[in-house]
Write a new protein. Structure first.
Length: 268
């Protein structure tokens, strides 16, 4: 049997897809890119071919992720501009040093580094609490942090406010999938949404009270209840695909009892 041809999307199709994903009209994009709306139309229909500089400008205006900017460039006949290095590559030493300092500096509280698909890249020692008692199959590389968070045999079985945390995480994942065009995130969302939790009402809606500021993670840890919230940080002005997709999620105590538990080394 002969090889099956793969139909690659053209530059025009990709440009239209990103413009529609960002909910930008041809006219609005033309104004931002300082070209005519007719030219944008010709680019999308294939009647005009973009220069390398035009591809870069349109991608910037549409806030296209670096990985997808390379794809746009290749679809227009140009070489990729943004490199993609392994985190362990020698050139990434300065990035690794920054990550190590952030992770170590956040102890005794948990902190993790994830990639664009929410796969674990690095973690500090306190983050081991999220893996205690988790089946080995869920800890096979690559370890997915979202999967650990909601799987019923992992944190999903320990979250005391599972319904509201699940709703927030699924919403966040869906928005990321739609905004990035990453099929991996869409597939991950569908997988997590399919998890079943016998005896748990997933339709329970928490009504924020006057003292509520954030949705906490309320985790059963032995005879304790740990209450935490998270923050997420990214690198500014990245020009490497890998670096642009890294995110650092740090976990913070939501009350004095949780803070004391971690300082006493009893987070697990």
């Amino acid at each position: 049997m002969g090889a099956v041809a793969v139909n690659e999307e053209t530059f025009g199709e990709l440009l239209r897809s990103w413009r529609q994903r960002r909910r930008v009209s041809q006219l609005d994009l033309a104004i931002e890119a300082d070209v005519s709306a007719r030219h944008i139309s010709f680019l999308e229909t294939g009647r005009a071919r973009p220069s390398r500089e035009m591809v870069m400008k349109l991608a910037e205006e549409l806030d296209v992720p670096l990985r997808q900017r390379n794809r746009l460039l290749m679809s227009a006949g140009f070489a990729p501009v943004y490199p993609e290095r392994e985190v362990r590559a020698p050139e990434m030493e300065v990035v690794r040093q920054a990550l190590d300092k952030i992770l170590a500096g956040h102890e005794p509280y948990p902190a993790v580094v994830v990639d664009a698909a929410w796969n674990l890249v690095a973690a500090n020692s306190a983050a081991a609490m999220f893996m205690d008692g988790v089946p080995a199959e869920l800890l096979k590389e690559p370890i997915n942090v979202m999967r650990l968070s909601l799987h019923p045999d992992a944190m999903g079985g320990r979250l005391l406010n599972l319904a509201e945390v699940r709703a927030h995480l699924l919403y966040q994942l869906r928005r990321q999938a739609e905004g990035s065009g990453d099929a991996r995130l869409a597939a991950l969302h569908d997988e997590l949404a399919s998890y079943e939790y016998p005896g748990v009402d997933l339709n329970v809606a928490h009504v924020p009270g006057p003292a509520d500021i954030l949705v906490p993670l309320r985790i059963a840890a032995g005879d304790r209840v740990l209450s935490m919230f998270t923050t997420i940080a990214t690198f500014g002005t990245p020009v490497d695909v890998t670096v642009s997709e890294l995110a650092i999620e740090t976990f913070w105590p939501n009350d004095e009892e949780t803070a004391a538990a971690f300082h006493q080394g009893m987070g697990g």
